[in-house]
Design a protein. Sequence first.
Length: 285
Amino acid sequence: MLPDPSLFISDLDGTLLDSATTLSRYSRDTLNTLIDQGLLFTVASARSIASMRHVLAGLRLCLPVVEVNGAFVSDLAVGRHYVVHELHRDILPGLWQLIARSGHMPFISTYDGNADRCYYRDITNGGMAWYVRNRKLNQDPRMRYLHDLERGLEEQVVSLRVIGTGPEMEKLADEMSQPFAGRIQTQCFENLPSPGWHWLTIQDAGATKEAGIRYVQRMKGLEDRRLVVFGDEKNDLGMFKLADEALAVANALPDLKERATGIIDSNEEDGVAKYIRHSWYGTRE
């Protein structure tokens, strides 16, 4: 029998990666074996290419990846961006003022036409310190200290990330929702490796995982393929709605599980790789 012709797309943190944010040897080897046999597989993540390369080292992806929650669709191997969704320049001053008024400083992720950058200045809490330390540990080439941080807004800004307590970030997201309705999207969630600290990410309204997936489908002529996705968090909801089959790992948020077509083993149990392997060989035996 023929291999499963479906297009499989997985989230990374909390889904394909374990709690130590690593890709297990089992998952890597299983996916590589199937990719070599023709499996159509890629990832859609809030991570950047630089971070993906670190955690996915050794995984032989052939399809473009959806990164920064859909801000980019990119070639993981060479770093080329096929799609760049930037925040419109006319709303950046207003967003900056709201963030500054809240007493926080954002991380500004940009693309200058040649390279990605992530600018920062004052590190005012433990969550921000964890973010910078983690990125430097992973040798993220985007990280740049910028004394006049507002100058970072002069480039193509693809996301603003603010880190603080949950109530602070929820309040800031609410303050942005009315004046920028329909022009931005926000994601607010706790960063589990640094408990107690929440990340608020602000991006263009069109920068979504599902939009990135549609681009990959069109680019590679895969619109007619059955779409199977895997996730665990709120930012996976859009691609769950898009997919023919949407699988939540056992450790996923309850709200996402309610929208899933099925529940699979947790990220600690290699749920994604096991499911794909079963689906692949199940159609061939």
